[in-house]
Each structure stands twice: as structure tokens, then as C-alpha cells.
Design a protein around this ligand. Sequence first.
Ligand SMILES: [Zn+2]
Length: 166
Amino acid sequence: MWRASSPSNQLRSSTSWNIEWQGAIAGEAQSAQKSVAQEAIEHAQKKRDGKQMDKAEFIAALKIAQDAGCQFVVGVPSLGGSTTAALTPEQTHRLMTDKQAVFAELMGLSAPEYLEWYESQGSVYCSAHTKQGKQCRNFIVGATWLAPDEWKSQRAAGGYCSAHGA
Ligand SMILES: [Zn+2]
């Protein structure tokens, strides 16, 4: 703490007093913050010790909300943006822990299928194989921007890129 060295320097001494006073206020605010944090910890401990809402209860609560007219929807990352899809209370709960699986399910695809579909933006890879035995990484001519069901049937049917000919 800085202090006035001479009694004649009244301005500085009052500044010093101000600083001390403000310091006391800041100290009070700090201890108030501490007690808020303390309260939060105590609350968390109570929650931990008490009965926590488990999965079944959470889903039951969502069902009550649904019966009251609530709708659960999510934007599934899709072709060029997102597709709005409705969720069941069970899916809503699962969305918090297993997002990709729920997205795949909503699109009618398996998780690996959904990833491939989304990353290729609905395109299907050429059925031909390179000399090294790897699948050609070009897309089948015209097989792009396909909806999940079209993508799945095109993928099952196969086809060729422009280099490998139709
Ligand atoms: Zn090809």
C-alpha cells in the first residue's frame, strides 16, 4: 500500500485512504464470491448424496413434456446444411451422449453409413478398383447429392466414374 510521506500532502493521503477503502470493498466482494462458490459446492454435494435423476426418470420427464404438447426436434447435419428431424424422448436423451448414432438413426442409416454419406455429401464412390487394389476414389457419374435412401440403393447397385466408364 502506497502512503503519503508528508502530512502536507493532503491530496495523496486522501488518495491513499481511498485505495484502502476500495481495497476493503474488494475484499468483501471477494468473500461474497467465495460464499457463492461454497454454496455451489454444497449444493453439488447435496445433489451427489441425494437421489439423482437417472435415465428412466429423465425420459419420463420428457414424456410428460411431450404429452403436454412439447416437440423435440434436432437439426441433423445433412446435404448443404441441416435437416430438421423429430426426436422421441428416448432419442432426445441419447442425443446428449451419442449424437452421431442418433443422427444416423434419424437418416435411416448406420453410423458408418451416415458418416460416409455426410462427408461425401450424398455421393457414391466408383465400383472400380485401382491396380493397387484400392477402391477408386472418384464418384459414380451423377451419383451425388443423393438423399439417404437413394444413396443406399445406388451404393448397393454400384456404378462407375467417368474414367472407368459406365
Ligand atoms: Zn473410377
